[in-house]
Write a protein that binds this ligand. Structure first.
Ligand code: G1P
Length: 295
């Protein structure tokens, strides 16, 4: 089976639900405790064995490229001050030469269009898609869990989880068939999917979480540029088109997702990642207790 080496991170959206926070800062650079949200997702990808990240960016998002490059003045200043431990933290964020590409999505036409923009960089091999505004706290990471499922059954893997009550209409929702043995009922064949179904019409309560492993045939479907929910070119619709050609499995991963697509989700992610932080977790817990006690 061909190994999954590359991941596409669509980061060019307008961030409409994160305004005005994302007006002058790309949404995916908004902070989650100690680093930008996209940096947490890149770390999850590296832990899963991804060797090349393809970040889809839009106009005014050059700061994302800067984040994943050397900051020469900062590094010199830290070196002069003998701050080796901080230099190490900064260096750990950087990938090796040629391990990150940036592709410009010239118009925000939808998630499917963003992924399609990566077609030449991906080529003819399976690849991951990671949505940088969906932070997943899991051990092993959500993409690592998807990789294990992919090694077992091949084809396409879509990571899913139960939707919060009454919120299925905000997500892509899957329809499921037979269970795959050996995964405690968490890995099931998919029979369909629908993007943002009106409430009451959803085929299940399992939402598409934002981690996928896809076969390159998806680019044929995306090339149709068919518009779906919200007038956008949807990845979900392209996956539906590929269902007739290739197996798709939904993996209900073990972990907790934080949807950073609005201020409250970002707050939850910040608190959760602070509490989970190895070095600062105890102090974060005390700080949160203080704040709650003061109210
Ligand atoms: C996208 C996907 C959707 C998925 C969601 C997760 O929607 O189209 O299937 O459930 O991400 O956040 P968006 O959030 O871009 O509207």
């Amino acid at each position: 089976m061909t190994r999954v080496r590359k991941a596409v991170l669509p980061a060019a959206g307008l961030g409409t639900r994160n305004q005005p926070a994302a007006k002058a800062t790309p949404k995916n650079l908004l902070n989650v405790f100690d680093r930008p949200m996209i940096a947490h997702v890149v770390a999850e990808g590296r832990a899963a064995g991804i060797e090349h990240f393809v970040v889809i960016v839009g106009r005014g998002q050059g700061a994302i490229e800067d984040y994943f490059d050397h900051a020469v003045e900062l590094e010199q200043g830290l070196a002069e001050r003998g701050r080796a431990e901080l230099l190490e933290i900064l260096n750990d964020e950087l990938l090796g030469p040629g391990q990150m590409s940036f592709v410009r999505q010239m118009a925000p036409l939808g998630l499917g269009h963003a992924v399609w923009c990566a077609r030449d960089v991906i080529g003819d091999e399976p690849f991951a898609v990671m949505l940088p505004d969906m932070l997943m706290a899991a051990n092993p990471g959500a993409l690592s869990q998807a990789m294990a499922a992919h090694e077992a059954v091949g084809g396409n893997i879509v990571v899913v989880e139960p939707a919060p009550e009454g919120e299925t209409h905000k997500y892509g929702i899957v329809a499921l068939g037979a269970e795959t043995p050996g995964f405690d009922g968490r890995l099931r064949a998919m029979t369909g999917m629908v993007e943002k179904p009106p409430l009451g019409t959803e085929p299940s309560n399992l939402l598409i979480s934002g981690r996928y492993i896809l076969q390159p045939g998806i680019f044929d479907a995306l090339a149709q540029h068919a518009k779906g929910a919200g007038g956008e070119i949807q990845l979900t619709d392209a996956m539906v088109a590929r269902l007739a050609h290739e197996p798709f499995h939904a993996l209900e991963y073990e972990g907790t997702t934080y949807d950073c697509g609005d201020a409250l989700g970002l707050l939850r992610a910040n608190v959760a990642f602070a509490l989970r932080h190895t070095g600062a977790g105890d102090q974060a817990r005390a700080a949160v207790r203080d704040l709650l006690g003061a109210l």
